[in-house]
Design a protein around this ligand. Structure first.
Ligand code: FAD
Length: 310
């Protein structure tokens, strides 16, 4: 059964991993996946490096996911990719037994104004995959509840989402969104625009201050709601979370350890509350960015009841 069809029957749980940069990280990943498999995720997705720099590692991770017994979904971008290159890579994924993808444009490389490839947008990629491969791939596409950082307007971005559906996309994986009022507005607006694809919501666990700020602001321009801002302020690592230790690795902030611990505890509570709200809205899936960690993710799933109540 397609994931999009399964989502119409019940709310799915899935995880997102990234290909580790080190051999040690790669060696540890099967163990992490094994722990996550305890929660019977309907799929696990694996990110794709901008410009395809880590395709080898991505394919390896997809195989780890497959071997663990769930569906691998590969992220895929058009950055620096030609039509022929895309065709060959996708044929390789199919040969590897990977037939689910998240079709993305990718971020424009720094210093460039285009994708440096044959396609400019994810809509083009969706159409190309359907034209070339028919129904061989199940295709997810990105949705941005706050509007993509470079969009002309939220309306224009929603029109693009409709176009992705018209071009053959199956379901939506969302960008993280901490602004629940905005999420509700977007959900109503896409339905009004005729977007009927299931919505699989991306949830980033709040575990680390610098990573949270970085994820929100480095590329995506995501709003942090006042509760999250206060959580960060209450536990602020002086002088700042990006520069919390001196050259010898000694923290500048005398309360460093306590704050890191408390931030994570409060961040987990915050994440669980956010999951509650998404579930109450009737979303079709919870897609947890597992950040290649299993202990904290397990705590979130156990305490939220994600696998006991559904
Ligand atoms: P698009 O949908 O193509 O949109 C890009 C911009 O162009 C938007 O502003 C849109 O409004 C506009 N637009 C789209 N189509 C048209 C059109 N036809 N005419 C005019 N304007 C148009 N990046 C990675 O490099 N690797 C990953 O693994 C990765 N994983 C991600 C996972 C998720 C769940 C999400 C939400 C994002 C992920 N990203 C990843 C980031 C993503 O690549 C960036 O957000 C990128 O800048 C936009 O990709 P997109 O597919 O949303 O682009």
């Amino acid at each position: 059964m397609k994931l999009s069809e399964a989502m119409r029957e019940k709310m799915l749980l899935s995880f997102e991993l990234f290909p580790p940069k080190t051999e040690k990280g790669m060696a540890n990943l099967p163990g992490t996946i094994e722990h996550l498999m305890k929660y019977r995720p309907e799929y696990i997705s694996c990110t794709y490096g901008a410009g395809g720099g880590n395709v080898g590692a991505n394919r390896e991770v997809c195989q780890m996911i497959r071997n663990a017994g769930t569906v691998p979904v590969t992220h895929f971008t058009v950055i620096k990719n030609t039509k022929e290159g895309i065709r060959q890579q996708l044929e390789q994924y199919l040969a590897d037994g990977v037939n689910h993808m998240l079709a993305l444009r990718g971020d424009i490389p720094l210093g460039e104004t285009t994708t440096c490839g044959d396609f400019n947008y994810a809509t083009d990629l969706v159409k190309f995959v359907r034209d070339e491969f028919g129904d061989k791939f199940e295709i997810a596409v990105a949705g941005s509840p706050e509007g993509h950082i470079a969009c002309r307007s939220l309306d224009a971005d929603i029109a693009v989402l409709r176009q992705k559906q018209d071009n053959g996309a199956d379901y939506i994986m969302t960008q993280l969104c901490w602004d629940m009022e905005q999420f509700k507005y977007w959900l109503d607006a896409i339905r009004e625009a005729g977007v009927t694809m299931p919505v699989d919501v991306g949830v980033m666990p709040i575990l680390d201050q610098a990573a949270t700020i970085n994820m929100a602001l480095s590329r995506n321009g995501c709003v942090m709601d006042s509760e999250l801002c206060r959580l960060i302020s209450r536990n602020w690592l002086f002088p700042n979370p990006f520069n919390a230790k001196d050259a010898d690795g000694k923290p500048f902030d005398m309360f460093y350890e306590d704050k890191v611990k408390r931030f994570k505890e409060e961040g987990i509570e915050y994440t669980i509350r956010q999951i509650d709200e998404y579930r109450a809205l009737g979303v079709d899936g919870i897609h947890l960015y597992a950040l290649n960690k299993w202990k904290d993710v397990s705590e979130i799933i156990d305490r939220s009841g994600l696998r006991t109540l559904i």
